[in-house]
Design a protein around this ligand. Sequence first.
Ligand code: ZN
Length: 502
Amino acid sequence: MDYTAIFVLACIFIPLEKLLPLHPEQRTLRRDWLNDLIYVLVNGFVVRAGFTLVAGALMLGIAYIAGPNPIRWTGALPIWAQVTLAIILADIGYYTAHRICHTVPALWKFHAVHHSVEEMDWLATHRVHPVDQIFSNTLSMLPIWVMGFSLEALVIHQMIYQAHALLLHSNLRIKFGPLKWLVASPEYHHWHHANERDAYDRNFAAQLSIIDVIAGTIFLPIKRRPKSYGLNEPMPRNYPMQLIHPFRSLARSLMQAAPSNRLETRMSATEKTRASEDNLGKLAMLLAFGYFGYQQVLSLISVVVNRDSIPLWELAICSLIGGTAFLGFVLYYTITRLPPRESATGVTSRIVAIVGTFIMSLLIVIPPQAISAETRIISSVMVTIGSMVSIYCLRQLGRSFSIMATSRALKTQGAYNTVRHPLYAAEVLMIFGVVLGHGTALAFGLGAIWLVLQVRRAQYEEAVLRQTFPEYADYAARVPMLIPGLRLGWLEAPVARKPENI
Ligand SMILES: [Zn+2]
């Protein structure tokens, strides 16, 4: 940043922070102000060089795969619409990157430099480790750079983004009123920096707090202001050491598996194992379901393009939209799910869960058989209804959703008042439709194995739920397991849970 820009910003923010301070006791030349000024003067060059290198390589890769300017319609929109769309898309990217930085221990080490700020003001905005900045810029800015927006729109977006970032960190008491649920305010971002247990890992967006409202990560308490900011872990106080510190700490933790983020420092060994397994599972699910979703969208486009040669294409579209929407919800609840409380022990329950989840995807590589028009109608209707009911159940299960037998929160209302595993029951309908539509003996075989595995999986889950929630026994006595109004002895028998050994 050049000297004139710094001088202009100082002339705007220093008087403003004196006039309307959130923390009036805070001095203008507060602790570490000189260090943050060094960030303003030096860090920008490092970040720009690194980001140009990473973004340049990625843009070349994208141009090689998709051709130059793969998307053109965005550039034809009026300028205000382009800027609005760019803000929304870039902030979804930023939210994702920022949340990953708080979740993945190795990235937290770099992001922790920004959280080491103990007194918030406009100058503190710039204390960001280059690795952290390059990572989050790549996820937020790169998508809008390759989406065909005009240069003018990108420049305006960048100016708004920078000004907003300064405002968010400044020591200003500015209330946004009800708008605070839509647009990020200083109050909102100060809570992100607060070193208070209930504010940890909240308010991830840079500009649109509504993303946190939708994702369930918003934290804006009434009549309270953050008491302290910063970290509970050591962090050097000068620029060169802050650049080196995350690399050192990473090397150290690779050697001795030391506690690596602020949540982990309070966790027991079992909890740590459970949390890393949960994060690893989350990543695997995002990749796998992201791929299935991508395949579904491709099939949907192909049906729309070739609709004249496809009999009953309207039904095919209904079942594909149903399947795609279901995968979308699975992805959404995987990202936003609650932390695990208890998990099943042993390898068998994990294998059953993984094979049960993914076995039907083998059908992608097996060529289907020609089926009659009547069978196609029945199959499409079953998939459509099955996926709709699955979405309904998934929405009720919400953030307690898991692939592994893991308890997060107990649900007993709505569909869970009819059977204890309504999502599996709805999936039976959907999968039977898929098998019928595929028409091969192999598909029926896989469907049968899937059913056996899912029943076993439900039994493992029940064992964990019984252990976590004492009220589960009453619930199980009141509501049947899978089939409404029907209890089968072999289905209902509880599975014994092995003692904790992970
Ligand atoms: Zn953060």
